[in-house]
Ligand binder design. Structure first.
Ligand SMILES: Nc1ncnc2c1ncn2[C@@H]1O[C@H](COP(=O)(O)OP(=O)(O)OP(=O)(O)O)[C@@H](O)[C@H]1O
Length: 330
């Protein structure tokens, strides 16, 4: 579990860690469209924060504001201890940003991209070459270093993008959808890289549409919806918001289904699917008691599935998702 490697505020910890990123009342509109409608965030140093939200929720806008690429309409914003409004230069020096607006140039090689970045960071030629070689090695790009980036796979480009971001050794890193479009292997390798960054003491602010990614990586997750934070907490805390655990029994014989309906009065019915849903906390003990009870009532379902609430349930419940997940959230 990432939280074991990079704990945030532990129970009993007397002084909370200083915030690497904080926002109070962050607002942004484009024309008459309000994208961020008063957002409050506090991200402790050395933790991973995930901003989740459906397409168009404003995740990228939040990253662009906090990384000084665009300005907010209102809000008290601090990054790395610096005020965004009065000292954006200092913020820029403390952060690294990768994402949908990647700085990678496809026409030159990976190594040339890295050296260019080292120049921009005002590293000496020697320091630049050293940093580039180390980072290319660390991100498994040494072999491809002299090839044009246009020949790289999506995963290699993302790794190069992140390697370039790390040239100046930023302590606060913004990752805008770092694994969108990557295959499962590349995604896992990116997750591993992110965990290593955090165990080295960096703070990571990531946006993602993948609930699994937030669950895997983040100490804290905020769900952005309709310009506001709909919920914020650890993955476990968010899952507790949604009472979605149940056992689902499905029958093929309508008569058997009707017998079960009569016997299981507290279950939710789905007459069309011939399925019953019994609320459950998903524990072995509860499952055993339900099975014993079904046996004693001589009810035999053709299919039995145990569903424990996951971040999907939370996400759909909070962002006005559809069908099954909405039902689960009730
Ligand atoms: N420069 C801009 N001018 C006008 N509207 C904009 C601008 N940038 C973003 N928007 C709008 O703001 C809203 C939020 O966009 P944003 O890119 O922040 O969402 P997102 O949560 O990152 O979405 P996605 O997951 O699709 O990347 C969208 O409706 C978008 O069209």
């Amino acid at each position: 579990m990432p939280s074991a490697v990079m704990p945030t505020s532990r129970k009993g910890e007397s002084t909370p860690r200083p915030a690497a990123i904080s926002a109070v009342g962050l607002r942004k509109s484009f024309g008459d469209k309000t994208v961020l409608d008063g957002i409050d965030l506090r991200i402790p140093t050395g933790s991973v924060f995930a901003l989740l939200g459906p397409n168009g929720a404003g995740k990228t806008t939040a990253v662009k504001i906090l990384s000084t690429l665009i300005t907010a309409d209102a809000g008290e914003l601090r990054v790395g201890g610096h005020d965004l409004a009065t000292d954006p230069q200092a913020v820029r020096a403390a952060i690294g940003v990768t994402g949908q607006f990647s700085a990678v140039d496809g026409l030159i090689t990976g190594e040339e991209n890295m050296l260019l970045m080292a120049d921009l960071q005002h590293l000496s030629k020697q320091e630049g070459r050293k940093a580039a070689a180390e980072l290319l090695e660390r991100f498994d790009l040494t072999e491809a270093a002299r090839k044009p980036v246009s020949t790289y796979s999506g995963g290699m480009k993302r790794r190069l993008d992140l390697a370039m971001t790390l040239v100046g050794n930023p302590r606060i890193i913004f990752l805008d959808e770092p694994t969108t479009g990557l295959d499962p292997r590349s995604r896992h390798s990116m997750w591993q890289i992110i965990r290593e960054l955090v165990s080295d003491g960096a703070t990571v602010f990531l946006t993602t549409q993948y609930l699994e990614e937030a669950d895997e990586l983040a100490d804290r997750i905020a769900v952005l919806n309709d310009g506001r934070i709909a919920a914020q907490g650890s993955a476990e805390e968010l899952k507790r918001l949604v009472p979605g655990g149940h056992i689902r029994l499905r029958f093929t014989d309508p008569a058997a289904y009707q017998t079960a309906v009569a016997a299981l009065r507290e279950a939710t019915r789905d007459d069309e699917a011939l399925a019953l849903r019994i609320p459950s906390d998903g524990t072995q003990r509860e499952l055993r008691s339900v099975l014993d009870w079904l046996d004693s009532a001589d009810i035999e379902a053709d299919e039995l599935a145990v569903h424990t609430p996951d971040l999907d349930d939370v996400f759909f419940a909070l962002t006005g998702g559809t069908d099954q997940h909405q039902e689960t959230a009730r």
